[in-house]
Design a protein. Structure first.
Length: 144
């Protein structure tokens, strides 16, 4: 069961990373239904794809405080739903301290990123808890 969850997470993160690198705000693939550019609700085709049988995976591209305020209650009440959040932030100093567009703190690897770098971060939240800081996976991509 854990192997299936990991496969599902890796599949979703890969799809999001490809979409992010392509400059897209949305993901469309076989077995997924696109709703709009900031919220994509997906139904995994578990039986024939060999993925976990979770019904919902949602991807949110948080670009404003309004987006964040909409996402917070969803994170606090996800109850088994897999949430993936995409944010854009700027590294503020050589220590790796950064903040997103609406002022929230983000820590980056000071060896990979330097002051002034624009970074796109992808967070995969743990579907088994409702904590807003419980991530299963995080990846950071330097934006050009």
């Amino acid at each position: 069961m854990k192997n299936r969850i990991i496969k599902a997470i890796v599949t979703m993160v890969t799809m999001v990373t490809i979409a992010v690198l392509a400059g897209s705000n949305s993901v469309t693939a076989s077995g997924y239904r696109e709703t709009d550019s900031t919220d994509i609700s997906c139904t995994l085709m578990a039986a024939d794809k060999g993925l976990d049988k979770r019904n919902d995976v949602a991807i949110y591209h948080t670009q404003s405080i309004e987006d964040y305020n909409k996402l917070t209650p969803i994170l606090e009440n996800r109850n088994g739903k897999m949430i993936i959040e995409v944010i854009e932030a700027t590294v503020l100093d050589d220590e790796g301290n950064g903040c997103d567009r609406f002022g929230f703190y983000v820590k980056y690897d000071s060896e990979r990123f330097s002051k002034g770098d624009k970074v796109k971060s992808i967070f995969v939240y743990n579907p088994d808890t409702n904590y807003t800081d419980d991530f299963l996976y995080r990846t950071d991509i330097l934006m050009e």
